[in-house]
Design a binder for this molecule. Sequence first.
Ligand code: MG
Length: 304
Amino acid sequence: MSDYIVLDPRFEALFIGHAKLEKLWTGCRWAEGPVYVPAGKYLVWSDIPNDRLMRYDETDGGVSVFAHPVGYHNGHTLDREGRIVSCEHGGRRVSRIDHDGRTRAIATHYDGKRFNSPNDVVVKSDGSVWFSDPTYGIDTSYEGDAAPSEIGASNVYRVDAATGAVTAVVTDMVRPNGLAFSADEQTLYVADTGASHVPGHPRVIRAYDVSADGRTVANGRVFAESDAGFYDGFRVDWKENIWTSTAAGVYCYAKDGTLLGKIPVPEIVSNVTFGGPKLNRLYITGQTSLYSIFLATHAAGWKA
Ligand code: MG
């Protein structure tokens, strides 16, 4: 099996021909939510049904349990202070692991109602926290605890860094899931996995223009439509290419929406994130396993 499928010549400059997809660990029931911690040279990811966080130590390849039980975490990201921000299905909240090791809530309610089950999260350069809130963690008790939705909708929310105020920023999706800002933060991308609940609903990543004050979005439109299951989580590199999960592996899109190429992965991919000291190693969570592959590009934010 080739490690790459080139669909557009631009893809040739983004991968390293002899770099192989590496299977780093297996043994999860559903792996998701990878976040790389540069100061510790490790990656943390979620094994949601087993209610645990795993840690991959980049220095020796060791894998250990980072936290268990943990409250059915799903997505993670790193904030501007290097702290892990978490989406908790069980706690139905977004929280942060502070430098003293304690977990503290960032957002628990919207308009007086509990969230459904925060799924994926990103932090903008102004410190605001943006997260999706579909129902997957309350639909059944497999990845959380079954419960009705109090809000009655699945939205994307923004938590203001200064005030903690929570506002709904994307309200036109069936089940918003993965999300990421473009490198220039002019665009917010959000995946909609609503076909899980509305048969035939388009399996898409939508793009939204971020307002000049950075607090709202508008002009939602389809950025890409999947031919292989769902887009779940994804990340953007410094050249504005979108590296996304699909059921057939990792797909790479240019900013103009062209599918540049694919990296086949032998399991359903849930999330990806850039890691390594140079942020040029794409970590991939896929169903039961953790994978990685070195690329000829890197995440936005890395400075030579
Ligand atoms: Mg997700």
